[in-house]
Design a protein around this ligand. Structure first.
Ligand code: AHM
Ligand code: MG
Length: 337
């Protein structure tokens, strides 16, 4: 039973027995993500010091090369997961191909693979707007004892064992699910521990916030255009017009909508026929979280987590949020002329 103020470490130990697989491997894996997130958080918080310690590509006063933060985050997560010898493969939005972990895992005994977007929304860093890390965990489908293969990574979202994100915002939070609801932990930077601050988060069934890059309106499918107009219509009984909020940082937009009730949309457009977001690194983990929090995630017509992936960096249209709002978009998409 989740108790507020519990630390993430305590929560993981207490809930380990309810995980589907109880070898402790998944707990160790989530622990490693928690650790890497602390290191990345420290670096993200220093991003504003760029004029003082030097920008990416510069050499700082200690003679160290300054890295772009998304590259730094990528290295930190990969390093931590590799060194702790708990996964058999990693795929990252920052890497062209998946990584086979066999230096430490000579017999390939590890069961889990991780897909990660180490720093999503990184164009926001320079202007001090929150960014996030998104992760997704699966059991491998090829036999333990052999090197991982592409098909271990190209699993449908409905096969996820766990997924979550870290939002580096006004506070840093780690929010995750292992298929038994969604819990949010806030980092107390003075102590370096995450505390359970948001137990069992649920999307309100109906929301009043819509989040979409309206600058692309002209290129959107007719169904999305119609839905945006619907959001803007005056109808007191269902709290319309809705409020528009778009940070341009998926993790933050999703996080706000999950707590307050709302919908996030990155539809396809006449310029990008599959939208922008990546199925494996962004959409599937967010869809798993959304469904675990009573929300819904769709490509406008069907469930995100039922899409059969065909390549690592595949993009899909993404509509995600409060259940009734996503259903409404699907109705508009179906009937649009
Ligand atoms: P990134 O993976 O290159 O950071 O892109 C993903 C980000 C999301 O966080 C955000 O919701 C979206 O791109 C914003 O895109 P746009 O600027 O086109 O509205
Ligand atoms: Mg991204």
């Amino acid at each position: 039973m989740a108790t507020k103020n519990q630390t993430l470490g305590e929560f993981i130990i207490e809930n380990q027995s309810s995980f589907k697989y109880t070898s402790g491997e998944l707990s160790r894996l989530i622990n490693s993500i928690r650790l890497a997130a602390k290191v990345v958080n420290h670096e993200v918080n220093k991003a504003g010091l760029v004029d003082i310690i030097g920008a990416a590509g510069d050499t700082n006063i200690q003679g160290e090369d300054q890295q772009k933060l998304d590259i730094y985050a990528n290295e930190k997560f990969i390093q931590t997961l590799t060194n702790r010898n708990i996964v058999c493969g990693i795929a990252s939005e920052e890497e062209d191909d998946f990584i086979t972990i066999n230096s430490q895992d000579e017999n390939h005994q590890n069961k889990y693979i991780v897909l990660i977007d180490p720093l999503d929304g990184s164009s926001n860093i320079d202007v001090n707007v929150s960014v996030g890390t998104i992760f997704s965990i699966y059991r491998r489908v090829t036999p333990v004892g052999t090197p991982v293969q592409l098909k271990d990574f190209l699993q449908k979202g409905n096969q996820q064992v766990a997924a979550g994100y870290i939002v580096y915002g006004t506070s840093t939070m780690l929010v995750y699910t292992t298929g038994d609801g969604v819990n949010g932990f806030t980092l107390n930077p003075a102590i370096g521990s995450y505390y359970l601050s948001h137990p069992d988060i649920k999307f309100p069934k109906n929301g009043t916030i819509y989040s979409v890059n309206e600058g692309n309106y002209i290129h959107f499918p007719q169904g999305i255009k119609n839905y945006i107009k619907y959001c803007q219509e005056e109808k007191e009984e269902d709290n319309r017009p809705y409020t528009s909020r778009y940070i341009g940082s998926l993790v933050s937009d999703f996080h706000r909508n999950m707590i307050k009730g709302g919908i996030y949309m990155y539809p396809k457009s006449s310029k990008n026929s599959n939208g922008k977001l990546r199925l494996l690194y962004e959409c599937n983990p967010m869809a798993f979280l959304a469904e675990q929090a009573n929300g819904r995630a769709s490509d406008g017509f069907s469930r995100i987590m039922d899409i059969e992936p065909s390549e690592l960096h595949q993009r899909v249209p993404f509509i995600c949020g409060s259940k009734n709002m996503v259903i409404k978009v699907e109705e508009f998409m179906k009937t649009a002329k």
